[in-house]
Design a protein around this ligand. Structure first.
Ligand SMILES: Cc1ncc(COP(=O)(O)O)c(C=O)c1O
Length: 423
């Protein structure tokens, strides 16, 4: 069977016109059966649109249909897709070298320059950066570091939180329905309630670390009170527990400041980041003081290791991404754009809009309504998306580069979708 298929393919390649060949190869490229049968699936109903290219806030399918990416590929493309400066930085690095060594052994230009840049844009106590490949890996490193630093084992996290899908990060994520099939997970993990001052008493001198998203993203954009985060910081300091702030979804300008914690007047002991960090390439990082991070070099030596962490191409893309955010003053217009969305997304059917900067949850009475709206928007070329742990709401988190005109156009389609879903 396989041999026959190969023969047919050869015949097509050798004896057909170039036009036919191109269309045939294109149809293989976006072949839905291959996607469904030979690429592992995460749900039984993936969105399944084909993407040929992307530019700015738009994705394009092979027929040229455009989609406005109102979710930035889930928190990644904060400066839009294929920003020319990022593409140029990637090309320049590719022309010099790709991977040359596992993390931490050789001095390479792009990780060096990226660390300097991150040092400029993080608080004074955060001056040492461990580059990894993803958000979950950044959190794994942070969780190991708090145990190593305190000699304690208890980890505290929050109900509703999401920190990633590897065993450690999953252990400190709140959604029980996503965890039970994979137990045993990490022992000695406790969950406390977001914004609940009384629960802070559960943080004690047995606690190695507390991990928190400043804004709970996948719980449907849950925003804490200022006093609560300040009290949390004080409690951690009082009992000698390390505070890990996960800015994997909120970082790189999403909420209007470079880091969301800046708006709450607190600083973490360890900061984790990923997603938008690479401008479209995979990279993550856990960051702390040099003193703390040095613990990973002894007892045991190689306390955390990774082959691809600090990949030079990803680091070059990340540096360019931060420079774009700074040079184009992207943070300055985030609040204004967020307010414009809020002004335009008006319908009696919306139960609640939760927002900080350009990070939104739009809540409705039930999941079915959300489903209808998201599907309508997709048909009309606007991509919105669900949350992992908040079925009655959908997310909007567009590239920070979105224009006023584009916001108006997108909101028009979304509001029409909302009205139609209620007919
Ligand atoms: C707050 C937060 N932490 C961690 C992660 C995990 O990141 P990754 O998917 O890169 O492993 C995510 C991903 O959605 C996230 O939103």
């Amino acid at each position: 069977m396989r041999i026959r298929l190969k023969k047919i393919l050869n015949w097509i390649v050798e004896s057909t016109s170039p036009f036919f060949r191109i269309s045939f190869v294109m149809s293989l490229e976006f072949d839905s059966a291959t996607f469904h049968n030979h690429l592992a699936q995460t749900t039984t109903s993936p969105i399944g649109i084909s993407i040929e290219r992307a530019e700015g806030i738009y994705l394009y399918d092979p027929n040229g249909k455009s989609y406005m990416d109102l979710i930035s590929g889930v928190g990644v493309s904060n400066i839009g897709h294929r920003h020319p400066k990022v593409v140029e930085a990637i090309k320049n690095q590719v022309d010099r070298h790709l991977h040359v060594m596992v993390y931490g052994e050789y001095i390479q230009s792009s990780p060096n320059l990226l660390a300097r840049k991150l040092n400029e844009i993080t608080p004074g106590n955060i001056d040492c950066f461990y580059f990894v490949n993803s958000g979950t890996e950044a959190n794994e490193g942070a969780l190991k570091l708090v145990k190593r630093a305190t000699g304690r084992t208890e980890l505290i996290s929050f109900k509703g939180s999401y920190h990633g899908n590897t065993h450690g990060s999953l252990s400190v994520s709140g959604n029980e329905s996503k965890k039970s099939a994979f137990r045993p997970l990490l022992p000695n993990v406790k969950f406390i309630e977001f914004n609940n001052h009384i629960d802070l008493q559960k943080i004690t001198n047995k606690t190695a670390g507390v991990i928190i998203e400043v804004i709970q993203g996948d719980a449907g954009v849950r925003i804490p009170n200022m006093e609560y985060l300040v009290a949390l910081r004080e409690k951690c300091t009082e009992v000698g527990a390390m505070l890990i702030i996960d800015e994997i979804q909120t970082g790189f300008g999403r909420t209007g400041t470079f880091w969301a914690f800046e708006q709450y007047g607190i600083v973490p002991d360890i900061l984790t980041m990923a997603k938008a960090m690479g401008g479209g390439l995979p990279i993550g990082c856990f960051a702390s003081s040099k003193k703390l991070m040095s613990l990973l070099t002894h007892d045991p030596m190689l306390g955390h290791i990774t082959t691809f962490g600090g990949n030079p191409v990803s680091c070059a893309a990340s540096l360019a991404t931060i420079e774009v955010i700074q040079e184009e003053s992207l943070l300055e217009s985030v609040e204004e754009k967020g307010l414009l969305f809020e002004e335009l997304l008006v319908s009696k059917h919306i139960k609640e809009i939760r927002r900080l900067g350009l990070m939104f949850a739009i809540e409705f009475k039930d999941f079915e309504t959300v489903q209808k709206i998201v599907e309508y928007c997709l048909e009309e070329g606007v991509i919105c998306f669900w949350f992992l742990s908040c079925p009655n709401a959908f997310r909007i988190a567009p590239p920070l580069t979105i224009s006023e005109e584009e916001i108006k156009k997108a909101c028009n389609i979304i509001v029409t979708g909302i009205e139609r879903a209620h007919h």
